[in-house]
Design a protein around this ligand. Structure first.
Ligand code: AMP
Length: 503
């Protein structure tokens, strides 16, 4: 059996699937790739990956390719060869890349030449097959394996409440449920054209934008790197129908709109007015941002709630009244409940943990049955987020763990960052917290107890940390303290640490 995503693409054939700026992010013309191009090139990539084998049989293929057509063709090539796609993050330093490659047990790395210097040594050290996207593709295409949709398709790494990120495994069936839910709820059609500005190692960019577009037979225009000017220029052209982003991106777009001339503001706003839907998610959308965006664009942003492990769960309606500060109701195919600490359902108006069930919920944490078992209660996935239902609509109140930080839409673990910081020769102890911030949602901040007679500037600290942690995990503010605030049990009291930064 062929994957339904592939069968559908065969029907769209000569329609445009992917558009990319010709010759770089600031280009004014675009290169277009059809569904046929995507099918053809991904089958050539699958042939290279298979290397005469019949089926990759869920081998993990880690790939690092900048956002664009090659990224999509590589991801589809991995799927069509029967492999599990493990997208790597372009801004990750070597230790983070190495962790994902080793933890996923990848046997092949596919890299764009820009990343050869960082990835080839890892492939050599781990004895992995290394393929550059610049290598010529074969003219002859192998017979590709028949794939059942219950196969594992994707591993996305996500931070949790314990140490290192965990690999969230979704099957083709899970992904299909996640995307068909959104296609129904937000009425995607093949006439849609979406501008893709999100990272491609995260569910938001991979499922909600890219794969929904390709399932629907729509056009997905991928910008290689978010830049407010480029995005506004494309919106101003007036030919996009959909836009999806995290709140931080809307904040940056608002800032760029505010500094534009009034003529330009007018054309920017007119471009927005031509779209049919603008969505915000992955972090709480501040009401001020929603209101400002409404005056600029005429759009009352549709806010939704979801998670790497479950896909999207709650959404404001496409038609009908959207409420600011609320994330709406369960999406199609998704069951949601709120429970107290004894796993008892809470009555309406009482806060509880969000738990989710449905075909879009992930299969397992990669090779971590203990963590997988712990994440479920009676078949319900425990999100660790707290919400309340008011007049039938869910309102997110926060997270159960202070150690999960959401910054610019990225989920990061305070514990993971602390572990790295403790390896700094000048740092004796540290506590990492998220401090509320209008632009970033939360800023990553670190209170540090230094070794005696040591000094540390923010600049030298950050450049040290950037070699070890993804840039969005690196604290933007540090505070030197004589000792960390602790409770009677000796546990660091994070809310007090947050207060130190607020002061
Ligand atoms: P991720 O797996 O990186 O997408 O992060 C999922 C987490 O982001 C959720 O568990 C929530 O804590 C948070 N999140 C996602 N959407 C929203 C939203 N609309 N409002 C508040 N928090 C959100």
């Amino acid at each position: 059996m062929n994957l339904p995503l592939i069968t559908r693409a065969q029907e769209y054939n000569n329609k445009i699937a992917i558009l990319v700026p010709r010759g770089g992010a600031n280009a004014t013309t675009e290169e277009a790739f059809t569904y046929w191009d995507l099918l053809h090139i991904s089958s050539q990539i699958a042939t290279v990956l298979l290397n005469d084998a019949e089926d990759l049989q869920e081998e993990r293929v880690a790939f690092l390719v900048p956002p664009g057509f090659e990224y999509v063709a590589t991801q589809w090539g991995i799927w069509r060869a029967g492999g599990i796609a493990v997208p790597l993050c372009i801004s990750h330093p070597r230790p983070e890349l190495e962790y994902v490659i080793i933890n996923s047990g990848a046997s092949i790395i596919v890299a764009h030449p820009n990343f050869e210097a960082i990835l080839r040594p890892i492939a050599e050290a781990q004895n992995l097959r290394f393929i550059l996207t610049s290598e010529p593709l074969p003219d002859h295409v192998s017979r590709l394996p028949e794939l059942d949709i219950t196969r594992r398709a994707l591993i996305l790494y996500t931070s949790g409440t314990t140490g290192k990120p965990k690999g969230v495994v979704t099957t083709h069936h899970n992904i299909q449920a996640q995307l068909t839910s959104l296609i129904t709820a937000w009425e995607w059609t093949s006439d849609d054209r979406i501008l893709h500005v999100l990272p491609l190692h995260h569910i938001h960019g991979i499922v909600n934008v890219l794969t929904c577009a390709l399932w629907a037979g729509a056009e997905c225009e991928i910008v290689s790197k978010f830049d407010a000017e480029t995005v506004w220029r494309r919106i101003g052209d007036g030919d996009l129908t959909l836009f999806m982003a995290v709140p931080t991106i809307y904040v940056k777009l608002i800032a760029a709109w505010e500094t534009a001339s009034s003529d330009r503001q007018k054309s920017m706003s007119e471009g927005c007015a031509k779209m049919r839907l603008m969505v915000s998610g992955s972090a709480a959308l501040p009401v001020q941002v929603l209101e400002k965006w409404q005056t600029i664009s005429g759009h009352f942003l549709l806010e939704r709630y979801g998670m790497t492990e479950i896909g999207m769960a709650l959404s404001n309606p496409l038609h009908g009244q959207r409420l600011s500060g609320y994330v709406g109701k369960p999406l199609p195919q998704v069951e949601v409940r709120l429970v107290d600490e004894n796993a008892e359902l809470v009555p309406a108006g009482t806060p509880g943990e969000i738990q989710v069930k449905g075909p879009g919920v992930f299969l397992e944490y990669w090779q971590n049955p203990q963590a997988t078992a712990k994440a479920f209660q009676d078949g319900w996935f425990c999100t660790g987020d707290i919400a309340v239902v008011e007049n039938g609509n869910y309102r997110i109140l926060g997270r159960m763990s202070v150690d999960i930080i959401k910054t610019g839409g990225y989920k990061v673990s305070a514990l993971e960052i602390e572990e790295v910081l403790r390896s700094h020769p000048d740092i004796q102890e540290c506590a990492v917290v998220g401090v509320a911030d209008l632009e970033w949602g939360e800023r990553v901040c670190a209170a540090l107890v230094l070794q005696p007679q040591r000094e540390l500037t923010l600049e030298s600290f950050r450049s040290w940390a950037k070699e070890r942690l993804a840039v969005y995990k690196v604290p933007t503010q540090i505070l030197r303290v004589e000792e960390l605030p602790r409770n009677a049990m000796g546990k660091v009291t994070k809310p007090t640490v947050v207060e130190l930064f607020r002061a």
